[in-house]
Design a protein around this ligand. Structure first.
Ligand code: RP5
Length: 161
C-alpha cells in the first residue's frame, strides 16, 4: 500500500516554500521526492519528468513556480496524474502573477491551484495525502489524527502573551 508524491519546482529558490509540502508529507509518512524541473530553463527535463511520472510510480504531482508560472500547466498537459499547483510568492508582484498564471487554466487541462506561498504548499501536501488516502485506510487514519491534533491545539480562550 502507499502512493508516491512528486514535488517539483521551477528553481532552487522555490524550495523554502515547497519544503512545506515535503514537511507535511513527512509527518503523514507519505513517500515523496523533490526535483527541480524548470519549464523555461530545463524544458526537456520537465517534459521527460511529466511524461515519465506515471511510469516512475508517482500518483500525484505537486508543482510550484513563481512569476510567469507555466510549470504546473505544462506538466498537467503531459500527464494524466492529478497536478496540484502552488503559486510561489514572487518579488515583483507578491505572487499575484504566479497565482493567475497557474489558476487560469483553460477548460480541459486542470491544475488544482492552492494559495500563494507556504500555506499553499502545506495545503498541497495535505490535499495530495487526502487523494492517496481514498485508497489507503491507514493513511486516512493518520490524516484524521493529524487534523484532530490541530483542532486540539486551539485554545478555547486567548491568553495574554
Ligand atoms: C520561476 O522563476 C521559478 O519557479 C521561481 O519562482 C522564479 C525565480 O527563479 P530564480 O530566478 O530564483 O531561479 O521559474
Amino acid at each position: 500500500m502507499g502512493g508516491k508524491v512528486a514535488i517539483v519546482m521551477g528553481s532552487q529558490s522555490d524550495w523554502p516554500t515547497m519544503q512545506c509540502a515535503a514537511q507535511v508529507l513527512d509527518e503523514l509518512e507519505v513517500e515523496h521526492e523533490a526535483r527541480i524541473v524548470s519549464a523555461h530553463r530545463t524544458p526537456d527535463r520537465m517534459a521527460a519528468f511529466a511524461k515519465g511520472a506515471e511510469g516512475e510510480g508517482f500518483d500525484v504531482i505537486i508543482a510550484g513556480a513563481g512569476g510567469a508560472a507555466h510549470l504546473p500547466g505544462m506538466i498537467a498537459a503531459m500527464t494524466h496524474l492529478p497536478v496540484l499547483g502552488v503559486p510561489v510568492q514572487s518579488k515583483a508582484l507578491n505572487g499575484q502573477d504566479s497565482l493567475l498564471s497557474i489558476v487560469q487554466m483553460p477548460a480541459g487541462i486542470p491544475v488544482g491551484t492552492l494559495a500563494i506561498g507556504e500555506a499553499g504548499a502545506t495545503n498541497a501536501g495535505l490535499l495530495a495525502a487526502a487523494i492517496l488516502a481514498l485508497s489507503d485506510e491507514e493513511l486516512s487514519d493518520r490524516l484524521q489524527d493529524w487534523r484532530a491534533a490541530r483542532s486540539a491545539a486551539v485554545a478555547e480562550r486567548p491568553s495574554d502573551a
